[in-house]
Design a protein around this ligand. Structure first.
Ligand code: PMP
Length: 440
């Protein structure tokens, strides 16, 4: 573990906005696959994976070698949006390995390196193409921290951080938000009813699995209905696949098994192969309405990311790669189901889809305690949801069976320890309540 002195520079000089490092305060030095090492030589298993950026693990040998070779050849590193061979190869690989085999015909727009950049550009395309301003976004959505992306995001505390009104968005309930009620009915009714007060939107933006919002999943029938409703009203359907895409749910795009096709897709995070910043917007060709330079940015030509991203996409040439992710996901989901069965207290239940899965509890504090105790035992695993009520497991898709088993064993042990420790605490609380009521 890092000593106080090692951390002092961060604690005294870095802004209070730092976040992940508060829960995992080690000072890290190196990483390989699903393993991170800190300055004291302690190793941690990484079930955080850069929040879905390190789908191929840290320093994947084939990806790293490609980057090293490229640097050794004095390949262009920065290029604004000039043509480079690295970018050319990335586009060719994206089309030949991912888009064409799936029958998808999209233009590729490079938005700037972050996920939020991609969301901002997607919203611009939709608004300019339809000449409407309003956007429908869902409860518990997370789309990024810049103003447009924040406006479509749900978390209250993050929205308050904008310090100004976040306009141009109508919030509607995501699938399952109102229990058994079909929230697509509400969307349809409000769009059809000219008295509903819902300005006809340019776009509907959604995640098929809400990664930050608590691993809420949208069902196939709900997604297909939203698709039909959007088409009927000429509304652009944007799927933010920044976290759920690039293989996280078991297929390259998270919507592939859901029986619908979006008009626009936002991709980022694992697209850069080994954590190199890279984002794109994939859009229906007729939505490509912005003028040259109307969206611009210095860092739209991150050639190391193109090189790393190309090497990563090449892994998808073999269908066995997809099958291997699904095997890992089945193992994780099986273990989570076992844990929930063993420790059903506090409303424990399995959430999410594929390798974007976890356990939710009605007592939100449990997930935080599990994450903290897991860290103490050498596993980095975060929480998600508005109250941090969900333990979110995101191992690399390429994790070795040994590391996977070791990480899952820690989760199992820690859940048992935390749930057992919580029983006397609850009994105590119940007794206190009973005493308080008796004295009233
Ligand atoms: N959309 C989704 C679904 C995300 O999970 C994230 C990041 N967690 C973003 C957008 C924003 O990406 P970035 O942090 O790179 O701006």
């Amino acid at each position: 573990m890092a000593s106080y002195d090692e951390r002092a520079i961060f604690e005294t000089c870095e802004s209070a906005i730092r976040s992940y490092c508060r829960n995992f305060p080690a000072v890290f030095t190196s990483a390989k696959g699903a393993s991170l090492t800190d300055t004291s030589g302690r190793r941690y298993i990484d079930f955080l994976s850069g929040a879905g950026t390190l789908n191929y693990g840290h320093n994947h040998p084939a990806i790293k070698q490609r980057v090293l070779d490229y640097l050794a050849s004095d390949g262009i590193v920065h290029s604004l949006d000039l043509h480079t061979t690295a970018k050319q190869r990335f586009i060719e690989e994206l089309i030949s390995t991912i888009l064409r085999p799936r029958g998808l015909d999209y233009r590729i727009a490079f938005s700037g390196p972050t996920g939020a950049n991609s969301v901002e550009l997607a919203l611009k395309f939709a608004r300019c193409a339809t000449r409407r301003h309003n956007v429908v976004a869902f409860t518990n959505a997370y789309h990024g921290m810049s103003q447009g992306a924040l406006a479509v995001s749900g978390t209250r505390s993050k929205r308050e951080g904008a310090g100004m009104p976040l306009a141009g968005v109508t919030r509607l309930p995501y699938d399952g938000y109102l229990g058994d009620a079909d929230t697509a009915d509400l969307l349809e009714k409000m769009l059809d009813d000219h008295g509903s007060g819902l300005d006809l939107p340019a776009a509907i933006i959604l995640e098929t699995v809400q990664g930050e919002g608590g691993l809420n999943t949208a069902s196939g029938p709900w997604l297909r209905r939203v698709r039909q409703i959007a088409s009927r009203h000429d509304i652009v359907l944007i799927v933010d696949d920044i976290q759920a895409g690039c293989g996280r749910t078991g297929t390259f795009f998270s919507f592939e098994t859901m029986g619908f096709t979006p008009d626009i897709i936002c991709l980022s995070k694992a697209l850069g192969g080994m954590g190199m910043p890279l984002s794109v917007v994939l859009l229906r060709p007729d939505l490509d309405v912005l003028a040259p330079g109307q969206h611009n940015g210095t860092f739209r030509g991150n050639n190391l990311a193109f090189v790393a991203g190309t090497a990563a996409l090449e892994m998808w040439r073999k269908t066995s790669f997809e099958a291997s992710i699904q095997d890992v996901a089945a193992r994780v989901r099986g273990k989570l189901a076992d844990i929930v069965e063993l420790h059903p207290g506090h409303g424990a239940h399995v959430r999410g889809r594929g390798l974007l899965s976890g356990i939710g509890w009605t007592n939100a504090a449990i997930a935080g305690r599990v994450s903290k105790e897991a860290y103490a035992r050498g596993l980095i695993v975060e929480t998600s949801g508005a109250e941090g009520q969900v333990l979110k497991l995101m191992p690399p898709l390429t994790i070795s069976p040994q590391e996977l088993e070791a990480g899952l064993a820690i989760v199992e042990e820690v859940v048992a320890a935390v749930v057992v420790a919580d029983v006397p605490h609850n009994r105590h609380a119940v007794l206190e309540d009973a005493t308080a009521n008796a004295s009233m």
